[in-house]
Ligand binder design. Structure first.
Ligand code: UGA
Length: 443
């Protein structure tokens, strides 16, 4: 099957590569000429385990191609995937300018009937807007061609995107057209295991499903963070509570890990966008507002705990930070709790010595060279000469530590752990002061 993907960001590149990998002919289009030139060489712009070798292999077979030419892109696929960004507008709603620009391009260049597939995370009603935009172009060209638009939201997690694409829980397709259903079945047919997980529904239900799924997961996290804050003040250990409630299959163990708040490019943006959609139709989505508020407060807790440990005076202190990305296995620092922490530390006059296995370049790109930011070569260098240590991301390599050694490194033996990585007793036995999330006396 011939497939065009607009957008070679995270979603577009993973989708295009995975579809090429199972035998489809895929053309990825992007307006960024530099990015496309590098992709043609097999150099990928993001960090995603397993993706680079897969891109290289599929470019080599010729099944995965890249172009900056919109006419070539539109002419290529019978399915035209839109996988461009929807950055938040100033008011929190999703900005559709890139999505609609692709729709215009399709309307401008199409010479035969096409099916447009919305993969970008877009507010309910966008498929109708995309259809109207393509149709307008067709009308102004005076051509009589058929275009159909369906919604096929993505549920990829950064760091596990290939696995999520190939073994996802479901594929949602919003359409009422039999032709579109047939083509989408054909598109996903090589993934035998996914076939029975193909779910057809109304286009608006599909669009809302994407936001509902992310908002539900974000709600679970904020709920658990709320319980952690209560546990902390009540002298209970939230890790025991987590196991206690997770064992109930109605609740489950997934996404109930308390921590220093959710980050990334999806949850913060999608919860806000859904709230905004609600406001637009005069509905007060109180729960969503609370989920966001709890998360914003949670991101401050690392700094608050640290500041309390230093009696409110962090001026001139050097703080080691382990983990900068918003979660492990990615270099993405968008809305990462580490950023809230570092910015508060700088504000308070402290210096940061940070280490992350993948996000160092990204951190430098965001903050540039500055005297109060040292990017250390490894986790050992990061704690050398530091007063205290804060853990922001649960990378595997931070899980096992010689606490006696760590105590020797830190001028003030303080660890603030935003991910509850360690056994409280073991850390404290080594003489360290351990402030985790929701674990008894962790304030
Ligand atoms: C999320 C969803 O999980 C995907 O299903 C969805 O496709 C994607 O957004 C998207 O809309 O594109 P992602 O943002 O990559 O994926 O990362 P997650 O693994 O979901 O983690 C998000 C944040 O929640 C991280 O900061 C993580 O540390 C935090 N988290 C997660 C917790 O604090 N506790 C948990 O129990 C789980």
């Amino acid at each position: 099957m011939k497939i065009t993907i607009f957008g070679t960001g995270y979603v577009g590149l993973v989708t295009g590569t995975c579809l090429a990998d199972v035998g489809h002919d895929v053309m990825c289009m992007d307006v960024d000429t530099d990015k496309i030139a590098r992709l043609k060489e097999g150099e990928i712009p993001i960090y995603e385990p397993g993706l680079e070798s897969m891109v290289k292999a599929n470019v080599a077979t010729g099944r995965l191609r890249f172009t900056t030419d919109p006419e070539v892109a539109v002419g290529f696929g019978e399915l035209q995937f839109i996988a461009v960004g929807t950055p938040p507008d100033e008011d929190g709603s999703a900005d559709l300018k890139y999505v609609l620009a692709v729709a215009e391009t399709i309307g401008e260049y199409m010479q035969e009937d096409k099916v447009v597939v919305d993969k970008s995370t877009v507010p309910v009603g966008t498929a109708d807007k995309v259809l109207a935009t393509v149709q307008e172009r067709l009308d102004s060209r005076g051509v009589d061609l058929k275009v159909e638009v369906c919604s096929n939201p993505e549920f990829l997690k950064e760091g596990a995107a290939i696995e999520d694409f190939t073994h996802g829980a479901r594929i949602i397709v919003g359409t009422d057209s039999e032709r579109v259903k047939r083509l989408m079945r054909e598109c996903y047919a090589p993934y035998i295991r996914l076939q029975e997980k193909l779910m057809f529904m109304d286009v608006r239900a599909a669009e809302l499903t994407k936001y509902a799924a992310n908002a539900m997961l974000a709600t679970k996290i904020s709920f658990m963070n709320e319980i952690a804050n209560l546990a902390e003040r009540l002298g209970a250990d939230v890790e025991q509570v987590r196991r206690g409630i997770g064992s109930d299959p109605r609740i489950g163990y997934h996404f109930i890990y308390p921590g220093c708040g959710y980050g990334g490019s999806c949850f913060p943006k999608d919860v806000q966008a859904l709230e905004r959609t609600a406001r637009d139709i005069d509905y007060d989505a109180e729960l969503l507002g609370a989920v966001e508020a709890v998360n914003n407060r949670q991101k401050q807790t690392l700094f608050t705990k640290l500041s309390n440990a230093f009696d409110g005076n962090l001026k001139g202190r050097t703080i080691a930070v382990w983990g900068l990305s918003f979660k492990p296995n990615t270099d993405d620092m968008r809305d990462a709790p580490s950023r809230t922490l570092m910015e508060a530390l700088w504000q308070a006059g402290a210096k940061v010595q940070a280490y992350d296995p993948e996000a160092m370049r990204e951190c430098r790109r965001i903050y540039g060279e500055r005297d109060d930011l040292v990017l250390a070569g490894d986790r050992v260098q990061a704690v050398k000469g530091a007063d205290a240590l804060v853990i922001c991301t649960e990378w595997k390599e931070f899980r096992s530590v010689d606490f006696h050694w760590l105590k020797e490194q830190l001028a003030m033996p303080v660890i603030v752990d935003g991910r509850n990585l360690y056994d409280t007793e073991a850390v404290r036995e080594a003489g360290l002061m351990y402030y985790a999330v929701g674990r008894g006396d962790s304030l």
